[in-house]
Design a protein around this ligand. Structure first.
Ligand code: HEC
Ligand code: HEC
Ligand code: HEC
Ligand code: HEC
Ligand code: HEC
Ligand code: HEC
Ligand code: HEC
Length: 333
């Protein structure tokens, strides 16, 4: 009797998991049941009673590690507006956090992304495995999907749409490490020459000093635009962060009418426009996101300068070769 009850429960659980994962794959096509969402929001209030600014200022008990709590605060409104905002915290965290002090096993019960996004993870994982962070010995073990993706805050690019918002969200993860000595040191390997001392963080603006107004670029375009290979138009994002030698340095890959950004950062705008008008171009060429070589006076000069330099270089190179060829001929004779 007991065993068959267990079997039934297992079957029901499997069915629920199946339906659940189907929903997760279907993307935002499947609107969550408003009643369930309401129930989940109510249930989450129990967690926000501590894990929010309000909870921190009005702690329900006095025997807590307040320093640790301060590092684990979330804004209920931000969470509600995120990818996972319709969910119950316990769908990812299990039942180990229902009471305080939390159970010792709580952390090991956190669901991995693959539990609900199996198809996506199967597609992304090989790219991720080939990326610099997954290959560098020092970084590998500490790097997970959640290192870049905050499941409590992030909102999918498809929903954000605005390139400026997408850029801020996606660059935040990279900059959190690459623009902070303290965080970088937690991940970096020991220095080659002085073991025991962490490798120094290369300054992000110095590395890219060939790029004019780096700060403006960090606000408007993503690190991954230059640091990942471009893949198919319908699958434009790769998780493979390339070796630095392979990063994009060509200004015209973005600053041209045929900008690669059309299939990357601006793809959601382009798609929107295509759906609306049946063709594209006007947004990229007329909205404030425009970065084509014709809009920005300084940029115009730089692009013209670059073209002139390239042309000049080619001409000079040609001239020198002709001179040398003539001289060699002269010597032979
Ligand atoms: C009474 C206050 C309180 C409540 C309610 C509470 N937490 Fe916590 N939680 C804390 C504190 C304090 C910490 C800091 C680490 C510690 O002391 O265990 C923490 C830590 C955590 C951590 C990090 C664990 C780790 O080992 O790093 C998670 C995850 C967590 N809580 C999830 C939840 C979830 C989910 C809920 C709701 C079901 C919840 N908490 C409810 C106070 C609370
Ligand atoms: C989609 C899954 C998911 C949902 C939903 C979710 N979390 Fe988390 N949470 C995670 C993951 C994954 C981590 C571990 C992050 C890491 O390793 O850096 C985490 C970490 C935490 C931590 C520890 C943070 C730290 O810096 O140590 C707290 C506290 C927490 N979650 C609370 C909550 C609360 C409260 C809710 C509901 C309002 C919630 N989580 C909903 C996946 C989720
Ligand atoms: C317990 C199940 C669960 C877990 C675990 C989970 N998610 Fe989700 N995720 C969902 C659901 C449900 C949605 C919303 C789908 C919808 O809108 O219908 C979602 C949506 C998303 C989206 C937005 C849609 C998209 O694909 O662009 C992203 C991105 C995402 N999750 C990333 C993650 C990452 C990264 C992790 C691991 C840190 C994770 N999720 C863990 C259930 C989960
Ligand atoms: C080095 C940082 C980084 C790591 C690590 C990372 N991601 Fe991403 N991920 C990104 C960025 C940047 C985007 C770009 C958002 C876009 O344009 O859609 C993204 C997009 C996504 C998306 C939405 C777009 C899509 O292709 O469906 C999902 C889902 C996702 N990541 C899941 C994962 C999972 C699962 C892992 C772990 C295997 C992971 N990510 C690890 C940075 C990272
Ligand atoms: C959690 C910290 C962290 C995050 C987040 C992170 N990185 Fe890194 N990254 C590192 C560390 C540490 C190294 C290794 C430095 C070393 O040992 O040389 C590194 C190395 C690199 C390198 C140099 C690879 C080479 O050829 O030497 C590039 C490029 C890079 N990261 C780009 C990115 C981009 C783009 C993102 C965001 C999508 C990102 N990183 C997110 C910590 C991080
Ligand atoms: C316009 C394209 C472009 C953008 C945008 C860009 N990078 Fe780079 N990055 C490069 C190129 C090219 C190199 C190689 C530089 C060289 O060899 O002179 C590089 C080098 C690096 C390195 C290697 C540093 C070293 O010497 O070890 C890191 C780390 C890095 N970038 C991180 C980032 C981060 C983080 C962002 C986003 C804030 C970013 N990059 C944005 C093109 C770009
Ligand atoms: C990955 C795409 C990308 C690459 C590569 C790139 N840029 Fe940009 N650049 C942008 C975007 C997006 C903006 C923001 C446009 C705006 O301000 O409206 C921008 C802005 C600029 C600006 C205006 C800055 C300001 O002060 O307002 C200049 C100048 C510029 N880029 C020059 C360059 C040069 C020179 C290179 C090559 C060394 C380059 N860019 C490479 C995307 C790129």
């Amino acid at each position: 009797m007991f065993r068959s009850w267990r079997k039934t429960t297992a079957a029901v659980a499997a069915f629920v998991a199946c339906v659940w994962s189907f929903q997760a794959h279907a993307g935002d096509a499947v609107a969550a049941d408003p009643e369930v969402v309401e129930k989940n929001r109510k249930a989450n209030e129990a967690c926000f009673a501590c894990h929010s600014e309000f909870g921190f200022k009005n702690p329900p008990r006095t025997d807590m590690d307040m320093k640790k709590l301060a590092e684990t605060l979330y804004d209920p409104k931000v969470f509600a507006g995120s990818n996972h905002g319709t969910m119950d915290c316990r769908q990812c965290h299990g039942q180990g956090y229902n009471d305080y002090p939390h159970s010792e096993t709580g952390k090991s019960e956190t669901s991995p992304c693959s539990e609900c996004h199996a198809t996506k993870v199967a597609r992304l994982e090989p790219q991720y495995d080939a990326s610099v962070h997954a290959r560098l010995e020092s970084v590998k073990a500490k790097f997970t999907c959640a290192t870049c993706h905050d499941p409590h805050i992030d909102l999918g690019a498809t929903l954000l749409k605005d390139p400026l918002k997408i850029a801020v969200q996606d660059n935040k993860a990279c900059l959190e490490c690459h623009d902070s000595d303290e965080v970088f040191a937690k991940y970096a390997a020991d220095d080659d020459k002085t073991p025991g001392i962490k490798k120094k963080r290369p300054n992000i603006d110095t590395i890219h000093e060939w790029l004019p107004n780096t700060k403006r670029h960090w606000q408007t375009v993503r690190c991954v635009e230059c640091h990942t290979p471009e893949v198919k138009a319908n699958r434009p994002l790769s998780h493979e962060i390339l070796d630095k030698e392979k990063a994009e340095k060509n200004c015209l890959s973005c600053h041209s009418a045929n900008s690669s950004l059309k299939t990357r950062l601006y793809r959601h705008l382009v798609k929107d426009e295509q759906d609306r008008l049946g063709f594209t171009n006007s947004i990229i060429l007329s909205s404030s996101y425009v970065i084509g070589a014709t809009r920005h006076p300084l940029l115009d000069k730089i692009v013209i300068g670059l073209v002139a330099l390239t042309l000049g270089g080619v001409l000079l190179h040609g001239a020198i070769r002709i001179v040398f060829a003539i001289r060699r001929k002269g010597k032979k004779q």
